[in-house]
Design a protein around this ligand. Sequence first.
Ligand SMILES: [Zn+2]
Length: 405
Amino acid sequence: MIDHRRLGRKLELFVSDPLAGSGLPIWLPAGAAARHAVEEYVRDLERRAGYRHVYSPPLGKRELFELSGHLGYFADDMFPPMRLGADDEFVLRPALCPHHALVFRARGRSYRELPLRIAELGGMYRAERSGVLGGLTRVRAISLNDAHNFCALDQVGDEVREILRLIREAHAALGVRPAGFRLSLRGPGEKYVGDDAQWARAEELLRAALDGVDYTEGPGEAAFYGPKIDIQIVDAAGRESTISTIQLDFDKPERLDLSYVDSDGARRRPVMVHRSLVGSMERLFAYLIEVHAGAFPAWYAPVQLVVLPVDDGQLGPAVELVRRAEAAGLRAEVDSAGSLGARIRNAAGRKIPYVGVIGPREAAEGSLSLRLRDGRSLAPMSVADALGLVGAVVAARSADLLPAD
Ligand SMILES: [Zn+2]
């Protein structure tokens, strides 16, 4: 069975060192290169969809998390507070919402600014017990692709539809294959915040946004603060988890006293929509490593092109080709140590999508022979054509290693 922990070690993507602590993996250069490409892509996707990115610290004063309700509801999952002085206690945050609420509160807000979409790929912490930790699936330090969309209740339908579109786009680019969509609703006899009319309208808007989507309903599975849509994945071991989520929240705007001035001059509370397109970087990569068996699409492969001179006579052109590839924005390297066969096997073992071989004839002609990870070999082509081909596949975020043309 494919296990992301074993592949992560073999491909040198991340390491878990007992000295650093369990559930606190360290991303090695190859894993970091892949993650960086994915983070850039997600930020860009969000920016184009009207999101504004912020930075906020992964710890904050105890009072902030008392106010937000996290210390009341999630204290068991949080690390114990850190005391700096008599009245100075800090906690590692278990969520980004309180900080994003403070972004909303940073000045007065008008209905004209809504929906206000505040995004961050930020750190948060969970005091998971050692026994449940493993690789990237369950960790104590989490880097979450997060956003909070502050909107009027009547804007929720369009907002959720647009978030679902972004989720589908991100899944397609990354190669995520969702196992199911779930709409979690109120159940009887439970404690929920917000009034009945608000809940009824929110549920109606979520159902409408899911029109045309195959989903299941989970009565009684909503959070106490609002209904939500979860998108599930199943890992190689058959375990189901949530990768993307859209949660309506009637509670935090109240607790954190968020308001905007409506068109009639009245102060109104916004609805807070917590949403994650691809979840945490840790859980996402645990899944991507397994679903692709380590062979990522070229656009986020740690090394996209390895250049192999047949012997040292072609080392100069090989180094020059890598320099040009890097200047074109690609991740490339030369491998000149050992027999050609061993180097080709090594590139295959590292799941590098493109192998460029330069022999004496190619060196003389300024060309190279491209071999693709899936076994296909292309006729010798000019360096410019080869870089154009790889660049086109990367730019299109294509799953195939040849341009669609
Ligand atoms: Zn949140």
